[in-house]
Design a binder for this molecule. Structure first.
Ligand SMILES: [Fe+2]
Length: 342
């Protein structure tokens, strides 16, 4: 074992003599041995000492070894700690019951001390290997998460260079979207993806010519058609198998409207993925509250009124109900991430 501290074992047996024999034998092998004479005592000891392995007697009064094993499997602190049963019952059914109760190994009495030690060490090695593997997987997941976040930021940066919108607009849309997603009955994973990818909604504007994107005057119908291509361009940019659907849906469908009058695909009602419905509302609220060449920034009340009036036409009425709950947070977000010069 490569650990600097000796591995900890807990032996649970109602026979003091067994505790003594097993205990001294494992102590001689350099292990840190704890003792409990009942299931209750074993559970109590977990308050101050979590072992690396349990050695459980099967036949004990009150709560037997099988029951104790099931209990240990159900506790977060001990669910992955190996259990070895030691029992005088050496029939197949008893052994199978041991494995069914979450045992990693089963030793029949009378036992050979050397065999017990060999099996204990083999389980401890397996546990150490598993722990290291888990640690590595966790590190790798974190690394992938960091790379993903960085790439999202890189794409956001690319977008700033082309678009007149500021980083604050992107930040606000992200924060609004998180608020709406929080109160929706959707999986946590979906909520995380919405928080992560909502900032990319306008990435397709990279592909819209400057003469249109930065035109100070009103757009002609032809120019408006070209700008309406940005969801499709954005979708093309993200069209890789490993990019989550949530990201692609946000980019492609954030200009669809509940009544089917949006673009680019005139989707209706819940044909529009929920993530795109959310970002659409966040984006519209931000546009209402911001200065545009054709309008001044609207007050929170004015913007709220417009969103509420557009339930059933632009927005999912259920989402509007959530908006009414969180509109106060929206106003706070607007204040927190406001532009320096209006
Ligand atoms: Fe857009």
């Amino acid at each position: 074992m490569s650990k600097s501290n000796p591995p900890k074992i807990l032996i649970v047996d109602d026979e003091p003599v067994n505790l003594r024999i097993l205990g001294s034998m494992l102590q001689q092998k350099g292990l840190d041995v704890g003792f409990a004479s009942s299931a209750a005592q074993a559970l109590e000891s977990l308050e101050y000492r979590i072992p690396d392995l349990f050695l459980l007697d099967v036949m004990m009064p009150n709560v037997d070894g099988y029951e104790l094993a099931l209990k240990l499997r159900s506790l977060p602190a001990t669910e992955n700690i190996p259990i070895i049963f030691i029992s005088a019952l050496d029939d197949t059914d008893s052994k199978i019951k041991g494995f069914d109760s979450g045992g990693a190994d089963y030793i029949s009495k009378p036992f050979n001390p050397r065999e017990v030690a060999a099996r204990v060490f083999s389980q401890l090695e397996l546990k150490e290997y598993r722990d290291n593997l888990e640690e590595k997987v966790k590190e790798q997941v974190l690394e992938i998460e960091t790379i993903t976040m960085t790439l999202v930021e890189v794409l956001e940066n690319a977008n700033y260079y082309r678009d007149d919108e500021t980083g604050l607009h992107i930040r606000r849309v992200k924060e609004f979207s998180k608020q709406l997603a929080f109160y929706l009955d959707i999986p946590e994973q979906k909520k995380r993806e919405i928080a992560r990818y909502s900032s990319l909604h306008d990435i397709g504007k990279i592909g819209v010519p400057d003469s249109i994107l930065r035109k100070p005057d009103k757009l002609t119908p032809e120019e408006f058609k070209i700008i309406q291509q940005h969801p499709v361009i954005g979708h093309r940019i993200l069209d890789k198998e490993t990019i989550p659907e949530t990201a692609k849906n946000i980019v492609l469908y954030h200009h669809e409207k509940w009544d089917g009058s949006g673009y680019p695909h005139q989707l209706k009602n819940n044909e529009i993925p929920i993530e795109a419905q959310i970002v659409a509302m966040a984006d519209v609220y931000d546009a209402l509250r911001s200065r545009r060449i054709y309008k001044p920034p609207y007050s929170a009340e004015h913007a709220e009124k417009i969103i509420i009036e557009n339930a059933e036409t632009h927005f999912n009425p259920d989402l509007v109900r959530i908006f009414i709950r969180v509109k106060g947070e929206f106003a706070t977000i607007m204040e927190t991430y406001k532009e320096a010069i209006e």
